[in-house]
Write a protein that binds this ligand. Structure first.
Ligand code: AMP
Ligand code: ZN
Ligand code: ZN
Length: 420
């Protein structure tokens, strides 16, 4: 039986947890409706170095008028789900719990992006509080035209308007949906909206980041941004919406010759493979930990492996229970794959990837913003993407979160002098 102090400590811990995890019934101090809606747009896989190259007239115009950063450093690992959730929670993946696009949880089992059940299960997302949940707790209205996490009831709350992710849905339809939401009468109009595009990421993977196809994909998304701006103008909302355009990470060229095969790393039957790619995560099978560690730890050519507790401090990663026990990172341009998977694959090998060290300039993400509460014609230095969330809170007139990795001071220069 537990001793009284132990039970008291457990009770206190439970109370504390309950205090940190707002529920569907959690209503906070009502916030006055912000004068200007915030529209957060993500162009998955877009690198800031692709602007001003003749492919992006609409993004270039926004960047020139408003504020942009030389780059935005993704959180580790530089993958889609972990970083999209960081952008809307202000927490690094080790804290918000979306530690990879593919995860294993002792209680919840397997998570993949393609698994609708898992993606829509709030328990995977509950370690963070996405911005739309915070906004709704303060009485604001929200709408998501796709965003990782938006299909789940997080702390019991979904956005007021949301749609299940549909890969390849034409960009124009997404823009039209956002404009429809802005057409709602003022008493129903959302204060926070998101919009997401995957086309640039897909083309970057298949053809490489500097390929004509990746440039064409960016031009297509740029045209959709043009439709969005024209739609705002037509409604008299240009200059009345704070438009924030970001990406989750950049993209680096890869080549099938630069592959480390997992079969050459692992002693047979020594580990469960949680995920492969730019990183590999392994959990040792019973009794195999020493064997696995002897085979993996340290640098092996273009891959370096650590016990999760020994990962480099600058990645701030490795404490969440979903992080596999042994964690390997490939050098930029390299991949960790299985020979079996390579042999089975019917499509040609990819020529682009991300997931590399966030410090690598190729992994940098995009940040530009234009609107009534944002600075004009300003350029900011590179910043960590955890600092986006406090800027979004300020634009919405919401208080800072008690638990955050973001610092509101970093992006304050992005606000206009007279902003909220
Ligand atoms: P990555 O493997 O990191 O390149 O992930 C990019 C992919 O994430 C895109 O091609 C989309 O198919 C996928 N994705 C983005 N948002 C969602 C979502 N809400 N639900 C499921 N998949 C998504
Ligand atoms: Zn991505
Ligand atoms: Zn990608």
């Amino acid at each position: 039986m537990n001793s009284l102090p132990t039970r008291l400590a457990a009770l206190l811990a439970a109370l504390l947890l309950a205090a940190c995890a707002p529920s569907a019934r959690d209503v906070r101090e009502p916030a006055p409706a912000p004068a200007h809606p915030v529209l957060l747009v993500s162009i998955d896989g877009a690198h800031p170095g692709r602007l001003f190259k003749g492919d992006t007239p609409n993004l270039d115009a926004l960047a020139r008028r408003g504020v942009r950063a030389e780059g935005m450093r993704p959180a580790y690992p530089s993958l889609t789900f972990p970083n999209h959730y960081t952008l809307v929670t202000g927490l690094r993946p080790d804290r918000h719990g979306i530690v990879d696009n593919r995860m294993r949880d002792p209680a919840l089992g397997e998570f993949t992006m393609a698994d609708r059940g898992a993606v829509g299960d709030g328990r995977w997302w509950d370690d963070g509080e996405p911005l739309w949940v915070t906004a709704q707790a303060h009485g604001l209205r929200t709408a998501t035209m796709f965003w990782p996490g938006s299909e789940a009831a997080v702390h019991g709350v979904r956005p007021d308007h949301w749609l299940p992710f549909q890969y390849g849905l034409p960009e124009s339809e997404r823009v039209a949906t956002v404009l429809d939401w802005l057409d709602l009468p003022p008493s129903k109009r959302p204060h926070l909206l998101t919009l997401y595009f995957e086309r640039v990421d897909t083309a970057g993977h298949v053809h490489g980041p500097a390929s004509p196809q990746a440039r064409a994909a960016l031009a297509t998304v740029d045209a959709a941004i043009g439709e969005l701006v024209a739609g705002l103008e037509a409604r008299g909302l240009r200059g009345r919406v704070n438009l924030v355009v970001v990406s989750d990470h950049g993209m680096a060229g890869i080549h099938p010759d630069r592959t480390v095969f997992v079969e050459d790393l692992l002693p047979p039957r020594s580990a469960d493979v949680v995920h492969l790619g730019s990183q590999a995560g392994f959990n040792p099978r019973p009794g195999k930990q020493a064997l696995l560690e002897a085979a993996l730890l340290g640098r092996r050519g273009h891959v370096e492996c650590w016990r999760r507790e020994d990962l480099p401090a600058r990645w701030a990663f490795g404490t969440h229970p979903r992080v596999p026990a042994i964690y390997c990172q490939a050098d930029t341009g390299w991949r960790i794959e299985s020979r079996e998977h390579r042999a089975r694959s019917k499509s040609p090998p990819h020529l682009g990837a991300h997931g590399f060290d966030p410090a690598d300039p190729a992994m940098q993400a995009l940040f530009l913003a234009d609107g009534p509460d944002l600075a004009d014609a300003a350029t900011l230095p590179l910043f960590d993407n955890v600092h986006l969330h406090p800027l979004l809170l300020e634009l919405l007139g919401l208080p800072a979160m008690p638990q955050t990795d973001g610092d509101p001071a970093v992006l304050r220069p992005a606000l206009s002098a007279g902003s909220p």
